[in-house]
Design a protein around this ligand. Structure first.
Ligand code: PRP
Length: 178
């Protein structure tokens, strides 16, 4: 049995997340009806959102992973993005859906969009579970958004603080007491 050592305050519950993901999956299925989709999961933070989202998309999917990091072990964006691991598929002429956990300053997704566009996909759309408008520096179009949130450091459901809390089943707020 797993010991419960902490239970951060919930911002978005498991039920709210599940309900929103069903709606997003439905919209994506409708928008790409009859077409194949290359889904790119941005590691590490998006791994839980992406795995739940693709189960709600009723299309032929090819799943790819890419790993980018900007935060290191800090709560502040470092201002530069490192490509740690690239996708393996050729996306030329394909419908691509990038799946992110959060758009904060927008730097990660802007960098990723720039990397993808030179590879000549048919189109590139973005799904993000969370969006923090107060931190936005690089304007980014989120085609499928889960929730807009205020300027709190959020953890859980894939999102970490210094590598921890990714396994929480809901989105919580990191407080000094955690
Ligand atoms: C987080 C998050 C996004 C990015 C958003 O990744 O998963 O990719 O930051 O911030 P931005 O909009 O300010 O660029 P992080 O670098 O913490 O890596 P991780 O996903 O491996 O935790």
């Amino acid at each position: 049995m797993k010991m419960e050592l902490f239970s951060p305050e919930a911002l978005i519950t498991e039920d709210e997340i599940a309900h929103r993901i069903e709606e997003l999956g439905y919209s994506i299925t409708k928008d790409f009806e009859g077409q194949e989709l290359v889904v790119i999961c941005v590691l590490k933070g998006a791994f839980i959102f992406c795995s739940d989202l693709i189960k709600k998309i009723n299309l032929p999917i090819k799943l790819e992973f890419i790993s980018l990091s900007s935060y290191g072990d800090s709560t502040q964006s470092s201002g530069s993005v490192r490509l740690d691991m690239d996708i393996t598929a050729n996306i030329e002429g394909k419908n691509v859906l990038i799946v992110e956990d959060i758009v904060d300053t927008g730097l990660t997704i802007k960098t990723l969009m720039d990397i993808m566009k030179v590879r000549k996909p048919k189109n590139v759309k973005l799904a993000s579970l969370l969006y923090k408008p107060s931190k936005m520096k690089h304007s980014v179009k989120i085609d499928y958004l889960g929730f807009e949130i205020e300027d709190k450091f959020v953890i859980g459901y894939g999102l970490d603080y210094a590598g921890r809390y990714r396994e929480l089943p809901y989105i919580g707020i990191l407080n000094a007491g955690n």
